[in-house]
Ligand binder design. Sequence first.
Ligand code: DC
Length: 203
Amino acid sequence: MTDGRFCIAIDGPAAAGKGTISRAVAARFGFAHLDTGLLYRAVGMKGGDPIAAARGLCEADLARDDLRSLGAGEAASRVAVIPEVRAALLAFQRDFAARDGGAVLDGRDIGTVICPDADVKLFVTASAEVRAARRFAEIGEGTLAEVLEQVRARDARDMGRADAPLKPADDAVMLDTSDLSIDAAVAQACALIAATLGDQRPR
Ligand code: DC
């Protein structure tokens, strides 16, 4: 932590629970939260040249109400393999992370690329079956088998891309939520962060 800034990086695959955990952590500690997946979703849904879309991304693009759909997630995962798209979104994410008062960023490459010096790094995961069931219950689109297939395809693309692939940072704490309730997962994340914050306060 430098100058009262505190950065928490939360990464993991689709529907592992990182969004819910990130929002809860941000609320509990009074930090700002950025769901970086929304940036890629907005680029994917804008259509046209994704590099131009990423370079010209604005508030209105992030306010669309279809960004949480399965289609938007799929489109996001496709544009996220393009290095120029990732480069165009880098400065915004780093600026957000460096704000006074603390920040929580969730995504795929926060602990590895965006904020390699984050104070706390969490890698939130769960089995593909559990994640598909959660996603299916949440959005109710298609069938469970289709959602599972999409979850697996998205994992393969996110983990297999050359630029900033999904993987835990060497110093990330792993949190498997397959058999945890949301409350229990949030409690574990908050305990870890509270311990780190405590350690960094002047003695
Ligand atoms: O977290 P999400 O489901 O909203 O992310 C959608 C896609 O965006 C994901 O499949 C890959 C991409 N993404 C990324 O490459 N890097 C990030 N930091 C966040 C999301």
